[in-house]
Design a protein around this ligand. Structure first.
Ligand SMILES: [Zn+2]
Length: 324
């Protein structure tokens, strides 16, 4: 398994989602109250447990497990991990926390969108007893021990139950999926705009919130740390605007989903030239953050804000191999 020391007792863990390396990260802050940020999928739980063992965290040691939002690639392992770490409190925004106690609705809707392969590829989110789950309001603090805290800020747009978490000691900001998906080997940033929650205006406001926190580093759940803060957040904004414009055009010209995907791939070829040249990186990130899911998510938002609605056809046909 791959554990990367990011300094100041902060470690990046490759959760090896769906067998792919380098697409989904969890992070451990190893203070006197060791805290795991993001669980990865249920299928990744053994990998995360092995990584924590390597970092000398025994089952009794882990104090907190916090997720940026309750999508399966970020919180799917929550139930497995709370049963392995009996003292760990599970923390999520109040709009998402109830799904960690009773995952039935979340799993049903994931299966509806992505099919039963979700169970084979990602595994099922297992419940955690309500008394071990803490709900975060719009701002909150998580104690890391030794006067160090992880401050939580409500960060919707990608999902209505998303938070950003900033380390009071280092200024590291755990951005989840709210600033998009960063692909380190090609230095590419793509938006993450899946249904049903994506909202452009709210997503842009969240990026403003992130900027106002003056972080020293952005830690993407997909994938890894970035130090150029202003440039990266500007890119996040621009990516969102570019994709929304392209989906608007696909609606106006009445493309079906397959043609919309082809059009957007063609029109972003130059933008993501390095990614297109790297077939393996492209395949991994398409599996994680598919063009089809981004289109469907943006379209759903445009349906709410435009005068007309538009149906691209069967969303499930172009669903990603893994959930976002
Ligand atoms: Zn994600």
């Amino acid at each position: 398994m791959t554990v990367t020391d990011l300094g100041n007792d902060t470690f990046q863990i490759d959760t090896e989602q769906s067998g792919y390396k380098g697409i989904t990260a969890g992070y451990l802050i190893r203070g006197s109250k060791p805290t795991l940020i993001e669980t990865g999928t249920a299928s990744s739980a053994p990998i995360v447990i092995a990584a924590l063992e390597k970092l000398e965290i025994t089952p009794r040691d882990l104090a907190t497990i916090v997720v940026t939002h309750v999508h399966l690639d970020h919180a799917g392992g929550a139930g497995h991990l709370t049963s392995h770490y009996p003292n760990a409190e599970l923390v999520a925004h109040e709009r998402g926390a109830r799904h960690l106690v009773d995952p039935t609705k979340l799993m049903t809707s994931a299966r509806r969108v992505f099919g039963s392969m979700i169970d084979e590829v990602m595994g099922a989110l297992l419940p955690t007893p309500a008394e071990r789950v803490r709900s975060l309001g719009d701002t909150a603090a998580i104690d890391l021990g030794g006067g160090r805290t992880l401050e939580s800020y409500y960060a919707p747009g990608h999902a209505s139950h998303h938070v950003g978490l900033i380390d009071s000691m280092t200024g590291d900001l755990f951005v989840g999926d709210a600033a998009g998906v960063y692909i380190p080997e090609t230095d590419t940033l793509r938006p993450a705009t899946p249904p049903p929650d994506f909202d452009l205006d709210i997503a842009l406001r969240t990026i403003d919130t992130f900027e106002s926190l003056k972080p020293t580093r952005l830690l993407f759940s997909h994938y890894g740390p970035v130090s150029k803060i202003d440039e990266t957040l500007d890119r996040s904004r621009e990516e969102l605007r570019v994709w929304v414009e392209l989906v608007r055009e696909a609606r106006d010209t009445r493309l079906d989903l397959d043609h919309a995907i082809a059009m957007i791939i063609e029109r972003t070829k130059e933008r993501y030239a390095a990614l297109f040249e790297n077939g393996k990186a492209m395949e991994r990130f398409e599996a994680l953050n598919s063009t089809g899911a981004n289109i469907v998510g943006i379209n759903r938002w445009l349906d709410k804000v435009e005068a007309n609605t538009y149906d691209f056809g069967d969303a499930a046909a172009s669903a990603p191999k893994t959930s976002k």
